[in-house]
Write a protein that binds this ligand. Structure first.
Ligand SMILES: [Zn+2]
Length: 376
């Protein structure tokens, strides 16, 4: 049974000629008036109604219908009805038709966003709007006046814990996404020794699968509030997004690294915001990043400690919005299992450039992750 591909549109070009899709286009010639009518009806039909039912309602006979379907490009129809034809589902259905890497697994993905300031909340809004299934929020700090923005925290939230208040603001806006305030797992033991060597062929799929299974038992959402009943068991995460000011310290990464959960750092600098590099085997890891920065400035560790301790309220909101979108783009890529742009790369957005610039990061020769790689 065939169903019209969700999102695929049809345009009349002239009598007898119609175009299916734009990117790329397929043009059909020699169409009758009935063919035109059926094409338009198929493209407008509910994606849960199969094509034959649409044709039958227009008076088509089975044989003529089958001959008509055979003239369509193969990508015009899909084998299953589409239950939730959201804008994101339609979009990725059209990407799939082009043969490009695609995936729509994000509905079953779970992500923790660690650091829910203004930027973190913008990011959560972006990924929830894109259909992320479950988002845990971790941030015990209080909402500050510079965290407020339209559609985000409200003035009443100032002074209250960020994660809990973010959940209250997000739930009505994104009813399809599960939100939980959460705390990261306890860091238990050394990090690098626990990472298993990875086979080269495993690189294609971002290495979150194993981590998520490992994490499922360990994340514990905090109580959702007396009026919400007892804590629910968390299902773990596929990716941790750690949002921080100035520098991300190893202390914030270790709990996730110990579980082999990939970490996407989002770092607010003085003039720019960096998304990445994705911290996951085979590296580079956060230690590599800090070693490279220490090579450039021997006093970087002293600066990093101070930078991480102080919020930077001086970022243009449009830069925060851009960074949240770039980070959301990469989070959905990882959740879908698509290739990412942040493997060994940080993407930098600022107020001067409308597209991100990037910096490549290599494993640092003095870091253990490079040694692990050489030994493997
Ligand atoms: Zn390293």
């Amino acid at each position: 049974m065939e169903f019209w591909r969700p999102g695929l549109r049809v345009w009349w070009r002239r009598d007898g000629e119609a175009q299916i899709g734009l990117d790329p286009p397929t043009i059909l010639f020699g169409l009758t008036r009935a063919d035109h009518t059926l094409l338009e009806a198929l493209a407008r039909a509910d994606p849960q109604i199969d094509c034959w039912t649409v044709a039958r309602r227009l008076g088509w006979k089975r044989e003529a219908y089958l001959a008509f379907i055979a003239r369509l490009p193969a990508h015009a129809v899909v084998g299953r009805p589409t239950k939730e034809a959201t804008p994101a589902a339609r979009y990725w259905s059209l990407v799939a038709a082009t043969g490009s890497a695609h995936g729509t697994d994000r509905g079953s993905a779970a992500v923790i966003v660690d650091g829910v300031d203004r930027l973190g909340l913008l990011l959560v809004d972006a990924i929830a709007g894109a259909g992320l299934g479950t988002v845990y929020l971790h941030d015990g700090r209080a909402v500050a006046p510079h965290d407020l923005h339209p559609g985000g925290y409200l003035a009443d939230d100032v002074g209250r814990p960020r994660a809990r208040n973010a959940v209250h603001r997000l739930r009505p806006r994104h009813p399809q996404t599960q939100f939980y305030p959460a705390r990261p797992p306890e860091y238990a033991g050394a990090v690098r020794e626990e990472q298993p060597p990875r086979a080269p062929e495993e690189k294609g799929r971002p290495p979150q699968g194993r981590a998520s299974r490992a994490g499922r038992r360990i994340y514990e959402p905090l109580l959702r509030g007396a009026h919400h009943g007892p804590a629910e068991a968390a299902e773990g995460v596929d990716l941790a997004v750690v949002v921080g000011d100035g520098a991300i310290t190893p202390r914030r990464i270790k709990p996730y690294a110990a579980l082999h959960t990939p970490v996407l750092p989002v770092t607010v600098g003085e003039l720019d915001i960096a998304v990445g590099p994705l911290l996951a085997p085979p590296g580079p890891c956060l230690r590599c990043v800090h070693l490279h920065l220490t090579d450039a400035d021997a006093r970087w560790p002293a600066l990093a400690t101070q930078l991480a301790a102080e919020a930077n309220p001086g970022i243009d909101p449009v830069v925060s919005q851009l960074a949240a979108s770039v980070a959301g783009h990469q989070v959905t890529a990882i959740a879908d299992g698509r290739p990412t742009a942040v493997a060994g790369v940080s993407l930098h957005v600022d107020g001067l450039h409308p597209v991100p610039r990037f910096r490549r990061w290599e494993r640092h020769p003095r870091c253990g992750c490079a040694l692990d790689h050489l030994a493997a």
